[in-house]
Each structure stands twice: as C-alpha cells, then as structure tokens.
Design a protein around this ligand. Structure first.
Ligand SMILES: N[C@@H](CCC(=O)N[C@@H](CS)C(=O)NCC(=O)O)C(=O)O
Length: 236
C-alpha cells in the first residue's frame, strides 16, 4: 500500500502542512489506497521536507512530483475538462497559493506570539515540558522558521503589510470561485487540492488574526473550504 509521510493533524486539519493535505487530496481523487505515516525523520527525507510519497521502493518528495507520479501511475488528469486557458489559470493560482499565500500562513502561525503559544503546544506537546519550554529546542525551531520566511521575504513586511498582500490573493481566489462549488466548476480539480487546504489552514488559526478573520468573515469561502474537506480529504 502507498504510504504518505506527512506531519500529524493540528487545529482540526488532517495535517499541519497544507502540502501534505494536498497530497492526501490527490491520492483520494485518484481513488488510490494509502495510509499516512506521521513518524518520518525529516533529515532522512530526500529534500528535508514533507510530504513524501512511498510507492514500493520509490520515494517521491514534493506535492507537485507526487501529482505527476499519480498522473503517470493511474492515467488520471486532475484538470480533466479544463480548457488550455483554465489550465494556465490553475497553474498560476497554485503558484500564488503555494509560493506566496503559504508564507503569510507561516508568519501568522509561527511569528504571531499569541499563536506561537498554541503552535508550540500542538506541534511539540509530546516533548516533555522541561525540554519543550527550554529555548534550546522549540525556540531554535522557531528561529529556523523565522530565517526561512526572512529569506523568502514575507517576514520582512509588517503584520499589516503581510495581511494586505495575502488579502489580495484571497480576494483573487474569491473572485475566481464566484458562486461555483469549486474553482473551475462543479467538480474539484488540481487547484482545489491546495487552495481548499491552504485556506482551511489559515481559517483554523488557534487565535483570531487579521488573516484568519478575513476568511472566516466570508461565508462563501468558509463553505468552499468545508466543501473541499468533505469531498477531498479525511477529517482527522
Ligand atoms: N514544494 C513543497 C513544499 C513542502 C513544504 O514546504 N513542506 C514544509 C511543511 S509545510 C516542510 O516540510 N518544511 C520543513 C523545513 O523546511 O524544515 C511541496 O509542494 O511539497
């Protein structure tokens, strides 16, 4: 059986990582049998990131490569029925969500102090309290994440600037969605496998932030996230 190395569920989402949830959605859409493995050692994975799909003796890191692998393995076209123009828009949306909006989520989760308290408990709760509370473990991981979002650029903006940038992405998603059940119509396509989980991760912020509030205030987006969850991925 296929195995998906992923982060465990947090805050009501099936994984802490929207990319892992994307991979779960792709596997489900393709009707494949799979099981999650929440015990991966990141250092031993090919790119030191999750998700990684294990298919027999093959290790496939990265959700995009997992998508290609599933397409080759099963012949499924995750964008079936889309025109060439819609496929181009789908790619642009996925890039925006994965390479821009995602980093606003990371800043919101890890760098907002009120959220960090909950993130620390949810992600590292099983580490014994004296170790968890010492700067040398969880703060080091937080600093590693801060360095990543500084290098990427999002953390160089103030919280309100981050929000303005992310809000424009979310508005673009809402415009594309309009009154349709999924981004391109009645049925989910590849773009829904990351857009739903990314908005779901933002919405499920443990405290109310500018970013989570802007999705939670838009009932159409909340319904969309719940629709994607019901159709595409397991509830934890
Ligand atoms: N492009 C990758 C992104 C995966 C990714 O960024 N994974 C994060 C969690 S959301 C990770 O494992 N980070 C570990 C690290 O950077 O140390 C994909 O699509 O799978």
């Amino acid at each position: 059986m296929l195995k998906l190395l992923s982060y465990p569920p947090v805050f009501g989402q099936p994984s802490a990582s929207p990319f892992c949830v994307k991979a779960m959605c792709l596997l489900n859409m393709a009707g494949l049998e799979w099981q999650p493995d929440f015990n991966a050692e990141l250092d031993k994975t090919p790119k030191q990131k999750l998700p990684v799909l294990i298919d027999g003796d093959k290790e496939i890191p990265d959700s995009d490569a997992i998508r290609s692998h599933i397409e080759q393995k099963t012949g499924i076209d995750f964008d079936q029925g889309l025109t060439p123009e819609q496929r181009a828009i789908s790619r642009a949306i996925m890039r925006m969500v994965e390479e821009h909006l995602y980093f606003a989520l990371v800043c919101d989760r890890w760098l907002v102090d009120a959220n960090w308290v909950h993130v620390k408990e949810a992600y590292f709760g099983e580490i014994p309290a004296p170790v968890r509370d010492s700067d040398s473990v969880t703060e080091e991981i937080r600093e590693h994440v801060r360095a990543q979002v500084m290098a990427q650029g999002m953390a160089r903006h103030s919280v309100s600037e981050q929000f303005t940038r992310a809000d424009a992405d979310i508005a673009a998603i809402a415009t594309l969605l309009a009154d349709k059940p999924f981004l391109f119509g009645e049925m989910p396509t590849a773009a829904d496998t990351i857009t739903g989980p990314m908005l779901g991760a933002i919405m499920s912020s443990p405290t109310k932030t500018l970013l989570s509030a802007c999705i939670n205030a838009d009932q159409k987006l909340v319904d969309y996230v719940n629709r994607c969850a019901a159709k595409l991925h397991p509830t934890p």
